[in-house]
Design a protein around this ligand. Structure first.
Ligand code: HEM
Length: 183
């Protein structure tokens, strides 16, 4: 492990870029996911619904790849330590919330990918197919269950993101320099 990176106050630049890319993508995926599902349930099919599903799958799959990259970066570089002035309990709570966000940012896209593999509905932007998830059989009932899990994980993720943004705003108001590490 690179200990000089561990001591650095700021996150490495690649990490910051991936953080903001994932943030923009997830903040797009949640409303698009809810919108396209509502259109599907109302039986409103057509070019717009198809475009929403295709983009959702393509962006969601990209988030999965970016998260795998981000986890590799975290393992290799470690996380910049919090300033000594930050209360220990708060630092522990922040670390716990970040680990939960990482977990959900992997499980949510994995469950979506598993669902479209089982359905199967792998077609995405430009008519290209996503690769099928290995070891997932084609089975409509299984696909519906996986979509149920996917929706629940995505909503839990949305709630945690609200908490994460709330914590960031609190740090900004306290001007403790924590948010600047990711800018
Ligand atoms: C971080 C990544 C992702 C987020 C935050 C996300 C979010 C969501 C949300 C909020 C919904 C609506 C759930 C509902 O109304 O019950 C949804 C539905 C859906 N997502 Fe995702 N999604 C992600 C990744 C993916 C991926 C990678 C795929 C497939 C490759 C995918 C495929 C789908 C499909 C097919 C639906 C509709 C399910 C249904 O008809 O019940 N999602 N997603």
């Amino acid at each position: 492990m690179n200990t000089s990176s561990l001591r650095a106050r700021k996150y490495p630049v690649g990490w910051r870029v991936v953080h903001w890319l994932v943030a923009v993508m997830v903040l797009t995926l949640i409303p698009v996911g809810l919108w396209m599902t509502a259109r599907g349930e109302a039986n409103v099919w057509g070019a717009l619904t198809n475009a929403l599903y295709s983009s959702h799958k393509a962006i969601g799959f990209t988030v999965l790849l970016l998260m795998l990259m981000r986890i590799a970066m975290k393992i290799r570089l470690g996380t910049p330590s919090y300033p000594d002035t930050m209360p220990r309990r708060l630092a522990q709570a922040a670390t716990g919330l970040h680990h939960l966000l990482y977990l959900l940012l992997v499980l949510a896209p994995l469950s979506g990918w598993a669902g479209v593999t089982a359905y199967p509905a792998l077609v995405t932007l430009g008519g290209y197919d996503l690769p099928a998830m290995p070891f997932v059989p084609q089975n409509r009932e299984l696909a519906e269950q996986l979509f149920g899990v996917h929706g629940a994980l995505a909503i839990t993720l949305a709630v945690l993101i609200v908490g994460h943004i709330g914590a960031a705003v609190r740090h900004m108001l306290r001007k403790d320099g924590i948010v600047r590490r990711m800018l």
